[in-house]
Design a protein around this ligand. Structure first.
Ligand code: NAD
Length: 355
């Protein structure tokens, strides 16, 4: 057995249908009394429900979270938290809203109670992102890791089928890459496999009937495990490519993840044959060489748009993105090779199956 290091995340997790009702109790448990509630403009109504639920423990609502945490939005939210004398943040929404909570925590140390309503996984990671002058900087800081996470599958019923599918494949990517991460370990391996299995089994049901409570609960469970994977071990080729597609080409986060994943996994099929065989089994296959095709077929089944050109990636994008990725690579089991990566991106551009 290879040597390994495993450190568990200290976050308290409350999981269950209707568990939003435990929010006041969880805030109290942290010794907090004045919660600033964060949402996107689209989810402001949900923020108001939360404020009603919290009564006098709600200090105010800040409904201005947007994708990629622009610095000016973060600064305005920090000022609002100080003005309202908030002693904790409740971030209810997807990765964008939780990202705003992290930006406040990084500056003030305010504890975060995260209530995720997508499958992105940010709530389980100490990773923050801030965008300044169109450049997104990311880093790790233990202060931004939420103290408590409430997973209430009921809150995901309103997430549209298409967004659910892409967000679920975003989670799947965290789990697949965790299997072959540089610092992979046996516990995270178990979680990754269970996550892949849960997501693969539940997402088709979510897409068929977005209000299916069992499929929603299983998908959120898989997303939680994927979030732990992302928060616990390092990333590799897939995440590097997606960060390039998001950062330089401004492609939508979850869709880019869904489209690239089959290709990135296929690229690593020989160098990470053992880990990817586990992924193949969790996806209903048997061999590492099948993983790309299995993930591609799952994307098809979920009705996800398969071509990067349909979500804004230009025809000359593959060459530039491959060059950027190879100029500052992440760890990957197979070295970053510019020509094969460009070829991989060309197939993804056109929506072709990995080859
Ligand atoms: P998002 O948070 O931007 O949400 C997308 C849209 O869906 C928003 O309008 C939101 O209000 C809406 N929405 C969310 N939940 C809903 C629900 N249940 N019903 C109806 N509408 C709902 O999207 P995301 O994919 O969750 O997050 C993407 C962002 O998170 C990116 O900026 C990404 O970089 C970041 N992220 C960070 C980490 C990390 O560890 N730091 C991990 C994953 C993602």
């Amino acid at each position: 057995m290879n040597p390994f290091i495993y450190q568990s995340l200290p976050t308290r997790v409350v999981f269950g249908w209707g568990k939003l009702s435990a929010l006041a109790e969880e805030i109290e448990r942290l010794g907090a009394r004045r919660a600033l509630i964060l949402t996107t403009p689209e989810q402001q109504g949900l923020g108001e429900q939360v404020a009603a639920l919290l009564g006098e423990r709600a200090a105010g609502i800040y409904p201005k979270a947007v994708m990629h945490v622009p610095l000016e939005v973060a600064q305005a939210a920090r000022v609002e938290a100080a003005r309202l004398d908030a002693d904790c943040c409740v971030a209810i929404g997807g990765g964008s809203t939780i990202g705003l909570g992290k930006a406040i925590a990084m500056d003030s140390g305010l504890p975060i109670v995260a209530v995720p309503t997508t499958y992105a996984g940010s709530e389980m990671t100490p990773i923050y992102g801030l965008t300044e002058n169109r450049l997104k900087k990311t880093g790790r800081d233990s202060r931004v890791l939420p103290k408590t996470v409430i997973y209430d599958p009921q809150l995901t019923l309103t997430l549209p089928a298409q967004i659910s599918a892409c967000s679920g494949m975003n989670a799947m990517a965290h789990a697949v890459e965790a299997l072959y991460a540089q610092d992979a370990n046996p516990i995270i391996g178990f979680m990754a496999e269970e996550s892949i299995r849960s997501l693969a089994q539940s997402l088709p049901g979510v897409v068929d009937n977005p209000e299916d409570p069992d499929a929603r609960a299983q998908a959120l469970y898989g997303a939680w495990l994927a979030g732990i994977c992302l928060g616990s071990v390092g990333m590799a080729l897939h995440h590097k490519l997606c960060h390039t597609l998001g950062g330089t080409f401004n492609l939508p986060h979850a869709q880019a993840h869904a489209i690239v994943l089959p290709h990135a996994a296929h690229y690593n099929r020989e160098a990470a044959a053992g880990p990817l065989q586990r992924a193949a089994r969790a996806l209903g296959g048997s061999e590492a060489s099948e993983v790309g095709a299995l993930l591609y077929a799952l994307n098809q089944k979920l009705g996800i748009p398969l071509a990067l050109e349909d979500i804004g990636f230009p025809a000359n994008g593959p060459a530039e993105a491959a060059q950027i990725a190879c100029a500052s690579p992440y760890y990957n089991p197979r070295p970053f090779e510019q020509a094969p990566i460009e070829a991989l991106l060309n197939r993804a551009l056109k929506g072709q199956a990995p080859a």
